[in-house]
Design a protein around this ligand. Structure first.
Ligand code: ZN
Length: 412
């Protein structure tokens, strides 16, 4: 027995009133007159193919050492709360997945849990690692991050990447040598200035060409770098870029003495002009993904100066800010939140994500653009228990989430 969902369907090729018929978890038909709908969403709502966040840190691994921050289960609950039905999880765990055995161990942990959100796992590239025997997405950290997975010199990274030809590699772009040079500066932003990201961008683009990688630049934040990405794309270099909610909502002008610890992440907040440039890049197609870099550090850790912000719970409401207040078209939102994240994970999965088309998975994200959301700490599902948006009101909300044709209920 299938389900028929009716309303305004939003995909990359347009918005139209219609129905989606889902059977056995798969979209079987999209159109009109498919039958009597079980679920009807009114004019204030948009039905998208299930949204994906391809850059999160769920923290769980076989050691369980970070389970106090987040687990696959708590990250899945936060994702569903935010209207996100699939995620890709970063590899900077205490037991980092860097080879066949460590990757399989992390995956086993996940598969045992039957969560309502699909997780795609990145493998880490660190000094001396080699590609896995199966196809997975990779992440390379250039500069110091959490854990041991980083290179202190770009020459070492170049040497390691030579073995990864043909692979999909995501780069955290901060030049470790320049970071070292600025480490004595007064503030977090001054210790990680724009030149670190620009230098690393040039390097990453050169590596993508030299080693014939498919590349992605993570959490892009510097306006000046956008023309480098645009030029590389124009030349046919296979590179994409992510932009985070924090880099398009906050900037250095919003940092105060009181909120400074909460506004710390890597790369750091940039100038108001950089923030505008990231918004434009996301709008004009130079950037390809809204990806959160969800980093669930606890309140005590944030007070101690640990970098990162949690963003899964607020993903959908944040998207309504782009739609209603920043004038993003539904088609563009379908691209950066559904179709592009789907295209990113599809090579690694048996099911197909990202479009409202027959054959794709019957998981949907429905946003209501007329019912605002005020963010309250008590309602968050992330284990870390805070949000940079607490007390703020977004213009819309998540109206419903369907997981393989069934309305998702938030786990208690
Ligand atoms: Zn990250």
């Amino acid at each position: 027995m299938g389900a028929i969902i009716e309303g305004l369907l939003a995909d990359i090729d347009g918005v139209r009133h219609g129905q989606v018929l889902i059977e056995d978890g798969i979209i079987r038909a999209v159109g009109s007159g498919l039958g009597k709908p079980q679920y009807v969403f009114g004019a204030g709502c948009l039905i998208f193919a299930g949204m994906g966040d391809i850059h999160i840190h769920a923290r769980e691994d076989v050691t369980g050492r970070d389970n106090y921050k987040e687990t696959f289960a708590s990250a899945a609950a936060a994702a569903l709360h935010g209207g996100v039905v699939h995620v890709a999880d970063m590899p900077n765990n205490p037991a980092a997945p860097i080879d066949d055995a460590s990757y399989a161990a992390k995956e086993q942990l996940l598969l045992g849990q039957r969560l309502p959100v699909a997780f795609t796992l990145y493998a880490g590239i660190g000094p001396g690692t080699r590609p896995l025997s199966r196809t997975v997405p990779y992440k390379a950290y250039m500069g110091p991050s959490v854990g041991e997975l980083f290179f202190s010199s770009l020459k070492d990274l170049d040497r390691t990447l030579a073995d990864y030809a043909g692979q999909n590699v995501s780069f955290h772009c901060e030049d470790p040598v320049l970071l070292e040079k600025h480490k004595g500066a007064a503030t977090h932003e001054e210790r990680r200035p724009a030149e670190c990201e620009l230098s690393a961008t040039r390097f990453a683009l050169a590596m993508i060409e030299k080693h014939r990688l498919t590349g992605k630049l993570c959490h892009y934040s510097v306006g000046e770098g956008i023309r480098l990405i645009r030029a590389a794309k124009a030349k046919g270099v296979p590179v994409t870029a992510e932009v985070t909610p924090h880099h398009i909502f906050f900037d250095t002008a919003r940092i105060t003495a009181a909120n400074r610890p909460w506004m710390q992440m890597n790369p750091p907040l940039r100038s108001p002009a950089d923030r505008q440039a990231m918004l434009e890049a996301l709008r004009d197609g130079t950037a390809d993904f809204l990806a959160t870099d969800h980093a669930p550090h606890t309140i005590a850790e944030k007070e101690r100066g640990i970098s990162g912000q949690p963003h899964l719970d607020t993903f959908g409401p944040f998207v309504t800010w782009l739609l209603v207040e920043q004038g993003f078209s539904p088609e563009r939102i379908a691209a950066i939140c559904s179709a592009n994240p789907g295209a990113f994970v599809n090579p690694y999965r048996s099911e197909r994500w990202g479009r409202l088309l027959p054959g794709y998975i019957g998981s949907l994200t429905v946003l209501n653009l007329q019912r605002p959301t005020t963010v309250h700490r008590e309602e968050l599902r992330t284990k870390c228990g805070w949000s940079p948006f607490e007390g703020m009101t977004f213009p819309g909300s998540v109206a419903a989430v369907f997981v393989e044709g069934k309305p998702a209920k938030l786990p208690p």
